[in-house]
Design a binder for this molecule. Structure first.
Ligand code: HXC
Length: 293
């Protein structure tokens, strides 16, 4: 009996083959929209630190280039492209960026659809065009990003399936993550445009998980709550109410950019291979308190 239970006991090697480690994402390429922003640049930095090369795209040329150069410092020898002039609402500009990424980096294994727009406005003050601007960036932009990169992700999943002789990092590939918000399931005053857009983003990811799962691609959502020291937090919160905000989160702290990076690594590594069509709320449980009133 002892021999049997010894044989069934998980070995350290079994765990170390799936845990996060340097070079986990060696030879992988990440394409990220909104990659110059605070949350997404943290996600990209984590992947690059663990071996990936990356292409970040955004509307502002200087910001994309500077953030890419800064991320590249995290690992000598990494390649991080920063492509400006890319508006996710514009199919042609995303298409060009995807082609540049494939030409320069050899393919796309992971996608983060993170470009987002936000401002605080009640419905009284929200024009139809303002509502549409956010839906176009968050939802239509996510669709355009997915539509143009999914064929690359299918190819990556196929490569991962057939490269069984390489180390375990090569077994992962063909993954997309949408950065949504806990506003997708819990209404918030002055955020009708964002709540509607993010609910759509979640539904889009769910549908991709069904249509592309059989082709080896997983699609998931990370829904950040209030993440400290980000553009979103600065736009949405009053700094004088910081302590009240912290008290309103069940785990009694604000989120860190690292919390979002950790969830990203989990989903992109072997650890996330059976997670598809899921949403990970990274908000310390805050939306449940909001929902409970
Ligand atoms: C009401 C506003 C407004 C405001 C713009 N509009 N700001 N309406 N209150 N504060 C209206 C404009 O008057 C116009 O409507 C319409 O929105 C489009 O505005 P433009 O400036 O022409 O659009 P554009 O240049 O495309 O800018 C898009 C934007 C902008 C979303 C409005 O804020 C932007 O570019 N944001 C990108 C960066 C960003 O928002 N990052 C935050 C991400 S954080 P009219 O009727 O006048 O034509 C995040 C976190 C979410 O998303 C997490 C939540 C918890």
């Amino acid at each position: 009996l002892q021999e049997v239970s010894k044989a069934m006991a998980p070995s350290v090697e079994q765990f170390s083959s799936t845990s996060w480690r340097p070079r986990l994402f060696d030879n992988k390429v990440l394409f990220c929209t909104g990659g110059s922003g605070s949350i997404c640049s943290g996600q990209v930095r984590a992947l690059v630190a663990l071996g990936a090369n990356a292409c970040i795209v955004g509307r502002n040329h200087d910001k994309a280039k500077n953030v890419a150069a800064d991320i590249a410092l995290v690992r000598p020898g990494s390649i991080v492209l920063g492509l400006g002039g890319v508006d996710v609402r514009n199919h042609e500009s995303v298409k060009e960026a995807v082609e540049t990424c494939v030409q320069r980096l050899g393919g796309i294994d992971f996608v983060i659809a993170g470009a987002a727009g936000n401002f605080v406005s009640t419905i009284d003050d929200l024009s139809a065009n303002a509502f549409k601007a956010v839906v176009d960036i968050d939802l239509v932009g996510s669709f355009i990003t997915a539509k143009l990169t999914l064929p690359r992700l299918v190819a990556s999943a196929e490569r991962a399936r057939t490269n069984k002789d390489l180390d375990s990092s090569s077994l992962t590939g063909g993954r997309i993550i949408f950065v949504s918000s806990t506003n997708y399931q819990c209404a918030r005053i002055a955020q009708a445009h964002v709540c509607a857009a993010k609910a759509g983003v979640n539904a889009l990811s769910d549908c991709i998980s069904l249509e592309y799962g059989p082709r080896g691609v997983t699609s998931n959502v990370i829904a950040p709550g209030l993440i400290d020291d980000t553009e979103g937090a600065r736009r949405l919160t009053d700094p004088t109410l910081r302590n009240d905000l912290i008290r309103s989160v069940p785990v009694q702290r604000l989120g860190l950019i690292k919390d979002i990076s950790d969830a990203t690594i989990f989903l992109f590594a072997d650890t996330g291979s059976f997670v598809n069509g899921a949403t990970i709320d990274v908000d310390g449980g805050a939306w449940r308190i909001r929902a409970a009133g």
